[in-house]
Design a binder for this molecule. Structure first.
Ligand code: AMP
Ligand code: GLY
Length: 436
């Protein structure tokens, strides 16, 4: 069958590779894709904006597309799944991604927190405040211990969360968010919550609305600087699996988080056929036993976690998606490669602030032991590969152990360069230190 994938980043390149591996896939259209997806077997980039639903309708009908896989959150929050479900000529198309109501798990932090509370999912204690409740918000802040966590309710391009050590500063930030629109409309309401101290990791779930599969765990590295310092980025690398997420821990994740989340969506009548990305904090108790708390939900896969998680999936993902659509996910098994995966993101100099585009990328043909996923690349007029974004490429290595996977990714990375390119040299090192 013909399939359409929405998005253009490293996540979509990794998803595209898995879809193209399936014998069920004839042609994979990627809207709009990147220079990496353009080169993949069976793949064809199409210059269509994933937010232009009428253009998607045209594309799907023109090429008899039977399945649409949604990469990023914006089309989901914009209601792409509902659009397909409500149109007579599109209803038969299998859309992998939740309804607009389901995407509120990501689109509204207040909705997500309320949902967790309603369904008993462990998370940090919180309260939500609007513009008229600044004084109540400040009073609540004063009942908390530092550091203080302030979250813009709406989507703020990953920048809407502030973690502040000082109470006076937190009060000022709350005022700026609520009254002065520090994050625009997104901070018209603000979630103020308790700080959780622990180790973060990501768990991914594929659900058909009733049954689910838990995909391999991963950890991403969000800050630009080594040792988790400096500005937040889209993600500078990732590893999978996360060693401390052992059987006992994952059993707690499943019982306390995944089951009530899937049941909660069902009970609230929310149509959800797609991925749930659960951002977790593993918090040690007084005996050092780790307990999972939800930091956030996303309605999609993570980027760059997907670049580690998808290469480890051995099952036919198109078959998994078919069952997701049909509501029969319990009939298939998820086979996972036991090897470790490590991915290092190469970014443009200056990212996440100002950076230049259009630099020539050299040396990719020398990379043999890694999969290269493209994030922000373009083909120049002369066919040369150029940088076209902040996050440019990532290299993913699979190996029998995490140290070897990391070593391989870093060795292969030496082959690739462009003017001003930067990457973090410490991806995965915090986890390796926990092991010794
Ligand atoms: P979010 O956008 O909700 O994932 O928040 C961004 C980052 O802020 C997370 O990845 C965590 O590192 C951190 N964070 C968010 N909420 C908390 C919390 N309650 N306690 C500690 N850290 C948090
Ligand atoms: N890597 C974090 C995210 O995709 O939101």
């Amino acid at each position: 069958m013909n399939i359409l994938l929405l998005g253009s980043g490293g996540r979509e390149h990794a998803i595209a590779c898995k879809i193209a591996e399936s014998e069920l896939c004839t042609t994979l259209f990627v809207a709009p894709g990147n220079a990496g997806t353009a080169r993949e077997r069976k793949c064809r980039n199409v210059d269509v904006n994933p937010m232009d639903f009428e253009a998607l309708r045209h594309l799907v009908k023109e090429h008899d597309v039977r399945m649409v896989v949604v990469g990023p959150e914006a089309p989901l929050v914009g209601g792409v799944a509902d659009f397909f479900a409500s149109e007579n000529d599109l209803r038969h198309v299998m859309v992998i991604g939740p309804s607009q109501a389901g995407a509120q798990l990501e689109g509204s932090k207040d909705f997500a927190k309320g949902f967790m509370l309603r369904h008993g999912v462990p998370t940090a204690a919180y309260r939500t405040f609007g513009a008229k409740e600044v004084e109540e918000g400040i009073a609540f802040l004063r009942t908390l211990k530092p550091p203080y966590v302030l979250k813009a309710d709406g989507l703020a391009a990953g920048k809407g969360v502030l973690i502040v050590d000082n109470l006076k500063e937190a009060e000022q930030d709350l005022r700026e968010m609520l009254v002065e629109g520090k994050f625009g409309e997104a901070s018209a309401r603000v979630v103020v919550e308790e700080f959780l101290k622990g180790v973060e990791l990501s768990v991914f779930v594929l659900t058909d609305g009733k049954h689910y599969k838990i995909l391999p765990t991963a950890k991403d590295y969000k800050r630009i600087g080594e040792g988790d310092t400096g500005l937040n980025t889209g993600g500078m690398g990732s590893v999978s699996p996360v060693h401390f997420a052992d059987k006992a821990f994952m059993q707690k994740v499943e019982e306390r988080i995944v089951v009530p989340t899937v049941k909660g969506l069902h009970a609230e009548g929310i149509r959800y056929k797609g991925f749930i990305f659960v951002g977790l904090m593993a918090v040690p108790d007084e005996n050092g036993v780790m307990n999972p708390y939800v930091i956030e939900y996303n309605a999609r896969m993570g980027d760059p976690e997907t670049e580690c998680v998808f290469p480890r999936i051995k099952s036919d993902v198109v078959e998994l998606f078919q069952h997701t659509w049909q509501g029969t996910l319990q009939q298939v098994t998820l086979d996972v490669d036991p090897r470790a995966a490590a991915c290092v993101m190469m970014v443009s100099g200056g990212y996440p602030e100002h950076y230049e585009k259009g630099k020539t990328i050299e040396g990719l043909e020398q990379v043999k032991g890694c999969k290269v996923f493209h994030a922000g690349t373009a083909l120049g007029a002369d066919g040369k590969l150029l940088t076209a974004g902040g996050r440019v490429l990532c290299l993913t290595a699979l190996a029998d152990s995490m140290p070897t996977a990391l070593l391989t990714a870093y060795q292969e990375l030496e082959n690739v360069s462009w003017e001003g390119c930067y990457y973090r040299r410490d991806i995965g090192q915090d986890l390796l230190k926990m092991l010794v």
